[in-house]
Design a protein around this ligand. Structure first.
Ligand SMILES: Nc1nc2c(ncn2[C@@H]2O[C@H](COP(=O)(O)OP(=O)(O)O)[C@@H](O)[C@H]2O)c(=O)[nH]1
Ligand SMILES: [Mg+2]
Length: 363
């Protein structure tokens, strides 16, 4: 199970261009078709482990990106987005909203002018309307169910009704679900609805090449307005990043330097996505393979095992754990064992960023 991120935005904001940049893909930007692709998560520690252990295979963690194709404006109201892609969007772990800042007379903006804040508001409104549609339908159903409900069922329905009514009121005041302080119980109650405004949101402002010198100050300015616990803004020149994926690493690096860019836009996006999603990495070393995995912070060992295989979760016995730093200091697992640095941990052990883990399990 990988991490899925949905890419939304107005038509011609640069969704497909950025999708291509992220997945090193070659999807046709002239077609409004949806696309799904995979990016490998850059993880420098994985390479260090590989250089140390010389495995046959090195397998990075992956992120799937879904370019919805159609405009975000078709999300609620007159649906122009197919139900399959809408399903995938509902299943996504986070959203990227592409807002257009680049100017190009040959590509007219569909609203007639460039206005990043207006376009961010439009997308937020669409997400909210979509969620409100789900809430209204569910509230009607609860109303009906309450009429014939057994006394034992009533309490559950009433609690859900109260929660959804509260969320609805906040949504109507432009407060997305991701900003609400919900209890674990409340979060669990609404998890099935897969609300779009509950998902972490990265606003990606697609700038033109000539705006690159102002990218950092624009980003700071927009973050002062939009930065929240589960959302933030990043500026990126989608067209340049897409072109750079077609070059080899050396050539791409020298182009970046020319534009005064110190880091790959893609590496930055993934780093920021990880922060927004609260993700960490752990590593496994087995049968000549070194692999990186992404999990949510505060995941216990048995759930982390389930990430690899459901059998490992079901038959979990224990985990042999060493931190990345300790392993690198020792140079090998056998040396680490001699020094007593391999720990035996149980089901409830909370996996830490950089842990190198061997799961022991029954089948
Ligand atoms: N000049 C310029 N054009 C861009 C930039 N980003 C995207 N485009 C162009 O804008 C058009 C729409 O982009 P596309 O990725 O297809 O947008 P989508 O409709 O949101 O998928 C394409 O012709 C892109 O080449 C940019 O940063 N600068
Ligand atoms: Mg497109």
């Amino acid at each position: 199970m990988s991490i899925d991120i949905g890419i939304i935005g107005l038509a011609r904001s640069g969704k497909t261009t950025i999708f291509n940049a992220l997945t090193k893909g070659k999807a046709d930007t002239r077609s409004p078709a949806p696309h799904i692709g995979v990016a490998k998560v850059p993880e420098p520690r994985l390479q260090v482990l590989a250089d140390m252990l010389h495995p046959k295979r090195v397998v990075p963690a992956e992120i799937s990106y879904i370019d919805i194709g159609a405009s975000v404006k078709g999300l609620s109201g007159d649906r122009t987005i197919g139900s399959q892609i809408l399903n995938q969007l509902s299943n996504a772990d986070a959203l990227i909203n592409v807002a257009r800042a680049f100017t190009d007379e040959s590509i007219p903006h569909i609203e007639g002018s460039i206005d990043v804040e207006r376009d961010i508001a439009t997308a937020n409104l669409e997400l909210a309307l979509y969620d409100l549609g789900i809430i209204s339908r569910r509230l009607e159903r609860i109303e009906t169910s309450l009429k014939g409900a057994k006394p034992t069922e009533r309490a559950g329905f009433l609690r859900e009704q109260e929660l959804l009514t509260k969320i609805k009121a906040d949504s109507e005041k432009d407060v997305p679900i991701r900003e609400l302080r919900l209890s674990t119980e409340e979060t669990r109650t609404i998890a099935n609805y897969q609300f779009l405004t509950a998902k972490p949101l990265l606003i990606m402002v697609n700038i033109g090449e000539e705006q690159i010198p102002q990218a950092a100050s624009l980003e700071a300015q927009l973050n002062s307005r939009y930065l929240r616990a589960k959302s933030g803004v990043i500026t990126l020149c989608g067209k340049l990043e897409m072109e750079l994926t077609q070059l080899d690493e050396e050539a791409a690096k020298s182009f970046r330097t020319e534009f005064g860019l110190t880091e790959s836009g893609l590496d930055r996006i993934i780093k920021i996505s990880y922060e927004l999603l609260g993700l960490i990495s752990f590593f496994t070393i087995a049968s000549d393979e070194v692999k990186a995995w992404s999990i949510q912070k505060d995941t216990n060992a048995v759930k982390a095992a389930g990430k690899i295989h459901s059998d490992m979760e079901k038959g979990f016995i224990r985990a042999e754990v060493i931190s990345y730093d300790d392993l690198v200091k020792c140079g090998s697992l056998s040396e680490a064992q001699k020094k007593g640095l391999l720990r035996l941990e149980g089901k409830s052990y909370i996996v830490q960023d950089g842990d190198v883990i061997t799961f022991l399990f029954n089948v």
